[in-house]
Write a protein that binds this ligand. Structure first.
Ligand code: C5P
Length: 214
C-alpha cells in the first residue's frame, strides 16, 4: 500500500504521515528533507552565477547520510533555501529516483511532500491533501520550534511560511496541487490525534472500497 500525503508548509502533513506509517507499519519518507539537504549543501551561494549548477550537482550526489542532522535540516531558514532549489527542474529530476525507489519497496510506504500524489506516486493507493489556515500553521511551527528551545519571531515566521507557500504554488516544475483523486483534509481545527483518526478513516475506507467492500 502506498500512501501519498501532500500539503503546504507546517500543515501537519509530516506528523500525519509518520502517524499513518506507525499505524500501518510502513516505512515513511519525508521528501522535504531531500530538498532541505540540497538547500543546505548550497547554503550561502544564493545569487552566485553557479547556484543552479551547484544545486543540481548536490541533488545528484545526495546520500541518505545527509538526512540525519535534523536540527539543521528542519530550521525555518533551511525550508526557505529548500524552496529555492526546488524550483530547479533538474534538481527535482535528480531526486525523483530516490523517492520512487522508496515508494516501490515491497510492502509499501508513506511519503509526504508537495508532489507525491501528482508526480512521484500518481498511482498511490490513497492520496491525502492536507490543508490548514496559515495562521494556524505558523502557530504550530512556532510551538514546535519553542519546544526545542528555539526563540521564535512569529511575525518573521509567518512571512517565511507565506513566502515559501507562494514559491511552491507558483513553481512551474513543482506539481503542487491537489490531485483529482486526493482526499482533502483540513486540519485547522483538529489536534494531532483527531487529524490522525480522520486520516486513518479515509485510508481504511478507500482501501475497503478498492477491495470491493461496503
Ligand atoms: O515539506 P517541507 O516543508 O520540509 O519542504 C521544504 C521545501 O521543499 C518545500 O517548501 C518545497 O519547496 C520543497 N519540496 C518540494 N517537493 C516535495 C517536498 C518538498 O518541492 N515533494
Amino acid at each position: 500500500m502506498i500512501i501519498a500525503v501532500d500539503g503546504p508548509a507546517a500543515s501537519g502533513k509530516g506528523t500525519l504521515a509518520s502517524g499513518l506509517a506507525r499505524h500501518y507499519d510502513l516505512p515513511h519518507l519525508d521528501t522535504g528533507l531531500l530538498y532541505r539537504a540540497v538547500g543546505l549543501a548550497v547554503e550561502g551561494r544564493e545569487g552566485a552565477p553557479d547556484f543552479e549548477d551547484a544545486a543540481i550537482a548536490a541533488a545528484r550526489a545526495l546520500d541518505a547520510a545527509q538526512l540525519t542532522d535534523l536540527d539543521r535540516l528542519t530550521a525555518a531558514q533551511t525550508g526557505v533555501l529548500a524552496s529555492k532549489v526546488a524550483v530547479i527542474a533538474q534538481v527535482r529530476a535528480a531526486l525523483y529516483d530516490f523517492q520512487r525507489d522508496f515508494a516501490l519497496r515491497p510492502g509499501g510506504a508513506v511519503l509526504d511532500g508537495r508532489d507525491i500524489g501528482t508526480r512521484i506516486c500518481p498511482d498511490a493507493d490513497v492520496k491525502l491533501f492536507i490543508q490548514a489556515d496559515s495562521k494556524a500553521r505558523m502557530e504550530r511551527r512556532a510551538r514546535q520550534l519553542e519546544a526545542r528551545g528555539v526563540e521564535v519571531d512569529r511575525y518573521a515566521l509567518y512571512h517565511q511560511i507565506e513566502e515559501r507557500d507562494a514559491r511552491d504554488m507558483l513553481n512551474p516544475h513543482g506539481g503542487f496541487y491537489k490531485a483529482d483523486d486526493a482526499h482533502l483534509l483540513d486540519t485547522t481545527l483538529l489536534g494531532i490525534e483527531a487529524a490522525l483518526r480522520a486520516a486513518i478513516e479515509i485510508v481504511d475506507r478507500t482501501m475497503a472500497l478498492k477491495a470491493g467492500g461496503p
